[in-house]
Write a protein that binds this ligand. Sequence first.
Ligand code: BV8
Length: 259
Amino acid sequence: MERSFRGLRHRERQSNRRKGNVKVSHGRYSEIVVLTGAGISAESGIRTFRDQGGLWESHRLEDVATPEAFHRDPALVQRFYNERRAQLPLVKPNPAHLALAELEKAIPGTLIVTQNIDDLHERAGSHHLIHMHGELTKARCVKTGQLFRVTEPLTEHSLCTCCVPASVLRPHVVWFGEMPLGMDRIFQALAQCDLFIAIGTSGQVYPAAGFVDEAVAQGAHSIEINADSSHVSHRFHEHRRGMAAVEVPKLVAELIGRR
Ligand code: BV8
């Protein structure tokens, strides 16, 4: 049923495209999903994971980004996130983040799904935003799941204030092997978008790397913006090779019809 419905929408969308009467708001697209990865924050000075000098060069993923690592050495894991959290006040959104906030204002059907745990999209002014891998600025009670804003470095002795006796506070970050956040909302948006854009992601981590397939299968157009090719470049209709701070503002200007 689902597949045939998608097929109908796909054919309808294709025929609409031929007739040229695709839903129009400012440009050709009105329901846009934007997936961002570490590459969009690179020009703000935040290290990526797998580029030269990336985070996984100085830490083994297994030592700092899995539930087992936190169980084995909570002090090391808390230090790893304290170091990254301490960088946030020293960096700021770059033109790519700012352009996406402008896109959301011009085309309200825009949703950003970010794999990043920094707060640069919010600080750029984006609101329709899902942090599918969590947020550096928040911690979570391991027992109740209640969230707390982090105002000082966490240690292995950091405790919640929602339980008696108090429970351990962990970074509000999705580690490998854990369920990403907002998946229902994400799959719903992918099922109805007419444009899917991936910016600065290597396409190596699932389920995020598979989102392009979901969008393209139901008829969306797809664009990849990356300084290089990614593991899923071949899944995209269109490629904009270059730095996000240059290519994203250019694409947004096209989409909102600004010269
Ligand atoms: C899940 C938070 C089930 C932490 C991250 C065994 C057991 C369980 C699961 C698995 C398993 N084996 C495989 C899996 C799946 C696993 C996975 O994919 N592993 C990989 C390594 C093979 N995934 C998971 O475990 C996920 N959970 O599967 O649960 C499930 C499945 C389906 C539906 C529901 C549940 C959870 C994964 C989340 C892990 N947490 N981050 C933290 O940040 O510390 S992942 C981490 O890597 C980042 O958050 C980011 O999300 C991810 C990908 O990194 P990128 O953002 O792409 O960054 P990268 O450095 O790789 O690339 C940068 C790109 O930018 C490059 O392409 C570069 O060219 C480009 N670039 C650089 N500069 C610029 C630029 N582009 C433009 N301009 C520039 N200036």
